[in-house]
Structures are given as C-alpha cells and as structure tokens.
Ligand binder design. Structure first.
Ligand code: HPA
Length: 270
C-alpha cells in the first residue's frame, strides 16, 4: 500500500509548489467553505492517481491548495463515505497521502444529528471524543510499522490543545459552541428514535456517517486532529421531525460562515 500512497503523493507534489502542514476535510453542505480559501489551486479527485471518486449529491470532489487567512492549507472538498460502498482503506486513503505529504494537523468537519438535549439545529459542536460504531476498523489487517504502531492509542484522538485553542477563539468571537462526543455509524439510514436514544445513553452527543475512520487513521499516522460537527437535525424519542438530506444540507449551509470563522481563526493561531 505504501507504494500506492507514495505514487499519489508524488503526483500531488508535482502539481503543487508548496505543501501545507494543515489539512481540512469539508463535510456535507460545507464544501462552500472553499470560497474563503485564497490563491486557490484545484486538483479534481478524478485527476489524482489512486484516489477514489466522490459520488454523493452535495459533495464535489476536489483537493484544494491555498491560503486560509495567512495560513497555507490543503482542503478536501468532498470525502469518501463508507455507505457509498468504499472500503475502509479507500475511505482513509487521502489521510495516508496527507501523512506522506507531511501534514501535521487535520481539521475535520461534518454534519451530524444531535441527541444531546441542550443542542439546537445549527449549533456547532467541537468534537471532544468519538465512539466507533463502524463494523470495521480502518487499521484492520497487517500493520505497516512505517505508517504507525499496531495498537495506537485513541486517548487523545481529538487534540486537547486544539480544543482549548478553539474554545478561546469561540469565546473571543462570542460564538456559541458546544462540546460533545461524536458517534460514527456506517449509515446510510438516519437513526430510528430508539437508536438516537441508545446513542445518547452510551455517551454520544451527536451522530453521523463519517469522520471516525479518518480520525483513527490520522491518529495512527501521528497527525493531530481537530473536529467540528454542525448539528443539522435532532433525534430522540420525543423528536417527531424526520431528518432529510436536504434539511441536513440547508442547516449545514446556514452554519457555514460560523464554522469557517472558527476554523480559519484556529488554523491561523497554530
Ligand atoms: N444521523 C446520522 N447522520 C447524520 C445525521 C443524523 O441524524 N444528520 C446528519 N448526518
């Protein structure tokens, strides 16, 4: 696998003058955050050797290089979801390429359903931890010690240092941000009422269909992670509104400017 990763990284290096140390994954409905990146260079996924193609509605597939404020960043506009049929190695392949390129910090964003009763639609939740409910771990299989340890710790899967900095930023901006545990599920079904309830009882605050595989691999790779969810819908036994993809997109879009401010300020301080 390492040869494939290197081939892809070599291609990217041949296209881009400066490889940033900070990468951002733009989740559902958050792809327009790219508008805030300046001096942009786009590389469509379909031109990148060994990259899977993004299929889902609302996700365009581009790797973007540019500046967010003063900071050089690399952004993934669109990610690969397990529910689309990709295997875990494909879902997390871009993270391996980032590792090979020398990325040190990964900011992940996603849309998620809220189970925490204090949450409102449109809230931004800083991910403090996750619960992996995917049927498979992306690190399953023979471990390549050149990529990371066999049994990586997940104790600080979301960098406490970055969370602290983000809290300071939010405070200064007067922005309401929540903290919470993200439950990662394979999807593509949204949850039953009982499932939302169950996820809350086991310690979850929000649930979504992404992020966890990428975060596991980033931690294995020694890349520090910062994660944020936009709460796009609420779930639980007393919630009667059904979530739809359109509603998720709409709520994510509405939260986009706030999310951007937070991420942009944060990466400019690290
Ligand atoms: N469940 C799972 N994934 C989601 C949700 C949800 O309620 N909202 C946005 N992504």
């Amino acid at each position: 696998m390492i040869d494939t990763i290197r081939q892809t990284a070599d291609y990217i290096r041949s296209q881009v003058e400066h490889i940033p140390e900070t990468a951002i994954i733009l989740g559902t409905g958050l792809g327009a955050l790219v508008d805030h990146i300046e001096d942009k260079q786009f590389i469509p996924y379909k031109e990148i050797p060994n990259f899977p193609l993004s299929t889902v509605e609302g996700h365009s597939g581009n790797l973007i290089f540019g500046k967010l404020g003063q900071k050089p960043v690399m952004a993934m506009q669109g990610r690969f979801h397990y529910y689309e049929g990709y295997d875990m190695k494909q879902v997390t392949f871009p993270i391996r390429v980032m590792q090979e390129l020398g990325v040190k910090i990964l900011c992940v964003s996603n849309a998620a359903g809220g189970m925490n009763k204090e949450f409102r639609v449109g809230d931004i939740m800083i991910i403090t931890d996750h619960i992996n409910l995917f049927p498979e771990n992306p690190l399953r299989g023979r471990n390549d010690d050149r990529l990371g340890p066999r049994f990586p710790s997940m104790t600080n899967a979301y960098s406490p240092e970055l969370i602290k900095k983000a809290d300071e930023v939010a405070d200064e901006l007067g922005m309401r941000v929540m903290h919470g545990v993200y439950v990662g599920t394979p999807g593509p079904t949204f949850e039953t009422k009982a499932e939302y309830e169950y996820f809350r009882i086991i310690g979850g605050d929000a649930v979504g269909m992404s992020t966890v595989p990428e975060v596991i691999v980033a931690n294995h790779a020694g890349i520090k992670v910062f994660g944020v969810s936009v709460i796009t819908d609420l779930g639980g036994k007393e919630i009667t509104v059904e979530p739809t993809h359109e509603e998720v997109q709409k709520a994510a879009q509405e939260a986009q400017p706030r999310m951007m401010k937070l991420i942009s300020e944060l990466v400019n301080r690290i």
